[in-house]
Design a protein around this ligand. Sequence first.
Ligand SMILES: *Cc1c(COP(=O)(O)O)cnc(C)c1O
Length: 341
Amino acid sequence: MIDLRSDTVTKPSIEMRKAMAEAIVGDDIFGEDPTVIILQEKVASLLGKEAGLFVPSGVMSNQIAIKVSTSPGDEIICEEESHIFNYETSAPAVLSAVQIKTIRGNFGIMKLEQIKDAIRPNVYYMPKSSLICLENTHNRGGGSIYPIEEIARISNFANKNKINFHLDGARLWNASIATNISLAEYAKYFDSVSVCFSKGLGAPIGSMILGKKDFIDKAKKWRKVFGGGMRQVGILAAASLYAVENNFEKLSDDHEKAKIFAKIISNSKKIKIQNEKVETNIILIDITETGKSVEENISILKSSGVLLSVGTKKTMRAVFHLDVNEDETKTAAEIIERIYK
Ligand SMILES: *Cc1c(COP(=O)(O)O)cnc(C)c1O
């Protein structure tokens, strides 16, 4: 079975497991885990942020950012296809008592003008627009990359209007590798940034929320409230550290595999690649012409040895990662090409 459902299916390698086994650990609730401290300092320095906080999941890092940046009754702005709006089980409503105003972007990319239109006037009977969230790369946008110029414009607007600005950078690593724009250059525009080690970097667990020191002090409190305070978690931090040091540069291979795959399946008449640009490691395959549902198509491919996942209503998603090589990529693409010729 060639598993292209997600880059989260990657399993820790032997070398990563060795790094985990050898990690020096301590009680992180007491701030005494040296491996966690090293990871937090390293990633904060990579992103040019004052501090970082290791958390169990990307959902938790996004939700901590929302909690710290808003008050109950506020409104936050997210793109309609964003992870925060679609895949975090209404957590902003549950944990922060805020509502989400969505904007439809182009492959997940919102323009400043759209965001300006969505900002509420400052009157007491309307919700306060207190946070703007972007996602880079954008998952349901097909791994699309946010243009840095647009990020800069939105950041400038948010600053002037005292609106907090958060980046869901679960795959910021991919954006940076694809564009050669440093993580710090991307991150400098945001008050808070969330990154995941458990996607293309190949760690089994782990994300980080980053920002100014006083932001992270508050984040630490909410991590505890949300049940994310951990003890000898250096075992996991060691996997993330290994992932950042060894697998970050390798993401370009995943982008390359996605392009090879796209080229082969573009010969198929019954399907169409929605994000033809193939900017990073995600491909959305439009199945409208097959006359079958996304789920039916996925099950046909599964019986031929290729696992894809649901992208959007009309698309299947293929994601390239460490644990699928170029040969498997070609094989999977040829199977798909044959089925939909
Ligand atoms: C995976 C992902 C997250 C985090 O999700 P978890 O289920 O906590 O791993 C957040 N944002 C985006 C865009 C993601 O792809």
